[in-house]
Write a protein that binds this ligand. Structure first.
Ligand code: MF3
Ligand code: CO
Ligand code: CO
Length: 278
């Protein structure tokens, strides 16, 4: 019997893997994982902090202001500000907005809305480690179908996380995420994907949320990336509005997303952005 063991690298390396021809992937050290755990904690705490504020009557700009203050009060800065010209501390995507909703004073939450808040704090200092996470929130009482969509989205993310193990293929994550959507009868929006993350906000590899054409690399300790499936009630198609950011479903039906930043370990994985309340 051949048993394979997987070990962390002793120093950080950036490697071209034969089975991932799209560029090098960074393999991080245990020390890097400690830094990721601390910024991941800020990211998760930011969403825990904002939860009681997600109520009818609040504007998405006000939520963003609170998110920004929480981050700077906790030794972090929003990595989204200045990122390709984006100017806010969070993305807040309401109802048919799939991702990258821009917080505005005009957008007031109302009973029955479903909302995704996506935050990416990075450590304020010379080492800019990033933690990227998003969750769905229900404003007041939401329709049953909306609740089912959120449930499916959370289960899709959980299934992807379950598949992220050393020795599995990167593609196993997509298969797992996609299967949950299929089981519920929802669609995955394939225009967006998860991504490597660490000192860089968006890095290799691309993490897709459906069965890939190529299974990609074997997952190794030291690989850090996000898993962030977007599920749509209707068709998978989304389009970006004239503001250059807001991505909405083409059929204007509801969309939901959930995201964690995870790192492959020698015997499983670490969820850096897990809530203390989970
Ligand atoms: N946090 C998003 C992600 O999951 C990226 C937002 S970039 C921004 O990758 F500029 F829109 F904020
Ligand atoms: Co992300
Ligand atoms: Co994000």
């Amino acid at each position: 019997m051949i048993t394979q063991t997987f070990k962390f690298p002793t120093k950080r390396i950036r490697r071209h893997l034969d089975d991932y021809p799209y560029g090098p992937i960074t393999l991080h050290t245990l020390e890097d994982y400690a830094a990721m755990a601390s910024i991941g904690r800020v990211a998760a705490d930011t969403l825990d902090f904002i939860t009681p504020h997600v109520k009818p009557g609040i504007s998405t700009a006000e939520l963003d202001r609170l998110v920004h203050k929480f981050m700077t009060d906790h030794g972090a800065i929003p990595a989204t500000i200045g990122y390709h010209g984006y100017q806010h501390a969070s993305c807040i995507s309401v109802n048919h907005v799939a991702v990258h909703g821009i917080p505005t004073a005009a957008k007031i939450l109302k009973d029955g809305d479903i909302v995704n808040i996506d935050v990416t704090p990075r450590l304020d200092g010379p080492d800019h480690w990033h933690g990227d996470t998003s969750r769905m929130f229900k404003v007041g009482k939401v329709p049953v179908k909306a609740s089912r969509l959120i449930e499916a989205t959370e289960k899709s993310l959980a299934a992807g996380i379950e598949a992220a193990r050393p020795g599995n293929f990167l593609g196993d994550i997509g298969i797992a995420c996609g299967q949950v959507a299929l089981d519920y009868g929802f669609a995955i929006a394939t225009d967006f994907c998860g991504h490597g993350i660490g000192l860089t906000f968006h890095d290799n590899p691309e993490v897709i949320h459906v069965e890939p054409d190529q299974m990609g690399p074997i997952l190794l300790p030291g690989m850090i990336f996000t898993i962030e499936p977007i599920l749509n009630i209707g068709k998978p198609d989304v389009k970006v509005l004239a503001d250059g950011w807001t991505a909405v479903t083409k059929d204007r039906k509801l969309s939901a997303q959930a995201e964690h930043t995870v790192g492959i370990t020698e015997d499983g994985l670490q969820i850096f952005t897990q809530s203390k309340n989970a």
